[in-house]
Design a protein around this ligand. Structure first.
Ligand code: ZN
Length: 275
């Protein structure tokens, strides 16, 4: 007989690998599909027919060549359009950057920050990783935050997750995911912190959506715990931290409206590193 706590945890985990969870609708794309590697973060285990192609397959060789040509052609077209709109566009870019935003988003290919926000080159400093995590021993994200806040002096930091996040789903799957275990453990910790609220949600999809939101809120807390944010805010009154979630189903961003000042005050009871 398992202890009561263990049974409760198993009940909480079970729905996350149930097939009843509605999958995010993949956007229609005319881009030819390349080979699909096995991916634990993918929303589907169905491989495309191309996945069966051998590297020596002439069709695959053509596809690979066309893909690169398509990108360079698009780049050429984009560069020309920018110059037509503003002859000094690239000269101004070359002078330096003063972005107002730091964006911490998921690496998911379906949520390119600039595309869904309309932010232009030079307007956002971007960091992306699996499930938009802000881990205090991740030198990468900590360096990005420090540089963006102390040197670029961004005014807003956005942590943006997305419903249907494969990283969040994988974290809640009771399975050994190898090298991903320590990374995704951060999300399991979010579940543990909000276990009562999440367990009370009966609908699997709703609970999954809520975990995505709570993960964003917790990563916002992690941003606020940094010395760079606390010290710069004390001195200048910025940056402000925001938690947003992108919804593939509607294409819309949702502002979770976290109360930055309240969270900061709460955090500084324990994590105060202003001095
Ligand atoms: Zn994701």
């Amino acid at each position: 007989m398992l202890p009561r706590n263990a049974l409760r945890s198993l009940r909480a985990l079970r729905p996350f690998h149930a097939t009843s969870i509605p999958l995010a609708t993949r956007p229609h794309s005319t881009i030819p599909k390349g080979p699909t590697a096995p991916n634990v973060l993918s929303h589907t285990t169905t491989k495309t027919p191309d996945a069966k192609r051998d590297i020596s397959d002439p069709a695959m060789a053509d596809y690979l060549c066309q893909s690169h040509e398509r990108i360079f052609a698009a780049n050429e077209k984009w560069a020309k359009e920018q110059i037509e709109r503003d002859p000094d566009f690239f000269h101004k870019l070359s002078l330096g950057q003063t972005p107002e935003y730091l964006w911490v988003g998921c690496s998911d290919s379906r949520m390119p920050a600039e595309t869904i926000t309309g932010l232009k080159p030079g307007e956002a400093f971007i960091h992306r990783n699996i499930a938009n995590l802000v881990n205090n021993i991740d030198l990468n994200v900590m360096s990005v935050i420090n540089y963006a806040v102390r040197h670029l002096k961004v005014k807003h930091i956005v942590v943006c997750g997305h419903y249907g996040c494969g990283g969040v789903r994988a974290a809640m799957t009771p399975k050994d995911l190898g090298i991903l275990n320590p990374w995704l453990r951060n999300i399991r910790d979010v579940y543990r912190l909000h276990e009562a609220e999440l367990d009370a949600i009966k609908d699997d999809g709703t609970r999954y959506d809520r975990l995505v939101e709570l993960n964003v809120v917790e990563q916002c807390r992690n941003v606020i715990k940094t010395a760079a944010v606390q010290q710069t805010y004390a001195e200048h009154g910025y940056p402000i931290v925001h938690g947003w979630v992108f919804d593939f189903r509607t294409g819309r961003l949702k502002d979770l409206k976290i109360d930055f000042a309240v969270i900061l005050a709460d955090i500084q009871k324990i994590y105060n590193i202003i001095k």
